[in-house]
Structure formats: C-alpha cells, structure tokens
Design a protein around this ligand. Structure first.
Ligand code: HEM
Length: 159
C-alpha cells in the first residue's frame, strides 16, 4: 500500500509539472511570443522555450505513464477499460498517448520541420494554429484531471 501511495504522489506531481507547463505555454508564452516584432524572433524564441519544456515534458510524461500503469496493476483495475463509468481512465490514457506521440515521435520527426517551413511563410496563421492546438490539449487535460480526481475519490459523474 505504501508503494501504491508513493506511486500516486509521483503521478500527481508529474501531472502538475507537465500540465502546469502546458498551461503556462498556452496562456502566457505563446501570446507573448506572438507580440514579438520580427518573425525570426518569434520562431527562435518559441523554439528555444518549447525545446526546453519538451525535454521536461518527456520526463514527466514518462513518470506519469509508469506510475499510472503501476497503479492499474496494483489495483488490478484493467477491467475499468471496459466500463464507461471510468471514462476518466480512458481519458488519462488517451491524453498520455497523445502527448507521448507528440513529444517522442511527431515533434522530433515531423512537427519541427513543418513549424519552421510554415512559420516562415505565414507566421500569423501558423502561430494561431499552434495556439489553438495548445488550448485544445490543455482543455482536454483539465477535464481529464477533474474526472480523475473526482472518480478516484469515489464521485462518479455517470452512475
Ligand atoms: C498511461 C496513462 C495513465 C494511467 C494508466 C493512469 C492511471 C491512474 C490510476 C490507476 C489512478 C488511481 C485511480 C484510483 O485510485 O482509483 C490515477 C489517478 C490520477 N491520475 Fe492518472 N493515469 C494515467 C495518466 C494520467 C494523465 C495523463 C493525467 C492528467 C492529465 C492523470 C491524472 C490523474 C489524477 C489527477 C489522478 C487522481 C489522483 C488523486 O486524486 O488521488 N493521469 N491514474
């Protein structure tokens, strides 16, 4: 049980650092970068900041996944994947898969090249698209967190 509680503590701290960072990038950094004067400054600044954050996020996503699956194993809760009342378990797993794909596969191999290409051609459009994508990921993550806290403490929104 102590190991389980430790896993929960690490899970929640990793989620705070990770999704808190996504909130900071979405609500503060991207709007500030949009206001920079030249497109060269915009591209360079966002790349530097997101690059550093991506490194941290890779570690926190990994910790979240490891501790999450460990808790699933300890609780022997795999059948929750077959029960719609545990939609927040599906949501946690989906958020995790999405970010893992973005951070480990799409960003390094595809998104980075696309960002430089399109940001150079039409920076305003590109930054608006990036901003919207961040807002969607942030909203989905916050709904997931609300559902996970309520659900894991026994409050089921769907009976
Ligand atoms: C592979 C992905 C994940 C798995 C397998 C997983 C699994 C779990 C499990 C088993 C629990 C404990 C449930 C219980 O006590 O009944 C939990 C709690 C929680 N998880 Fe996840 N999780 C994952 C990803 C995430 C993500 C991406 C987030 C945030 C966006 C998240 C946020 C939370 C929160 C906030 C709690 C509640 C902690 C508490 O209030 O005590 N998890 N997770």
């Amino acid at each position: 049980m102590e190991n389980f509680t430790l896993a929960r503590v690490i899970h929640v701290i990793a989620v705070i650092l990770w999704i808190g960072g996504v909130a900071m990038v979405t609500t503060v950094i991207i709007p500030a970068v949009k206001n920079l004067k030249t497109k060269e400054d915009q591209i360079k600044t966002l790349e530097q900041i997101e690059g550093r954050f991506a490194f941290q996020a890779k570690i926190t996503t990994l910790l979240t996944g490891l501790t999450g699956f460990y808790m699933m194993y300890e609780l022997d809760a795999w059948d929750r994947y077959l029960d719609y009342r545990f939609w927040w378990i599906h949501a946690m797993t989906l958020v995790w898969i999405l970010f893992t794909l973005i951070l480990y596969v799409l960003e390094p191999f595809l998104l980075h090249k696309l960002f430089v290409k399109y940001a150079d051609k039409n920076p305003a459009k590109k930054f608006s698209f990036i901003h919207r994508a961040h807002w969607m990921l942030l909203m989905f993550s916050l709904i997931t967190i609300a559902g996970a806290v309520a659900g894991s403490h026994g409050w089921f929104l769907i009976k």
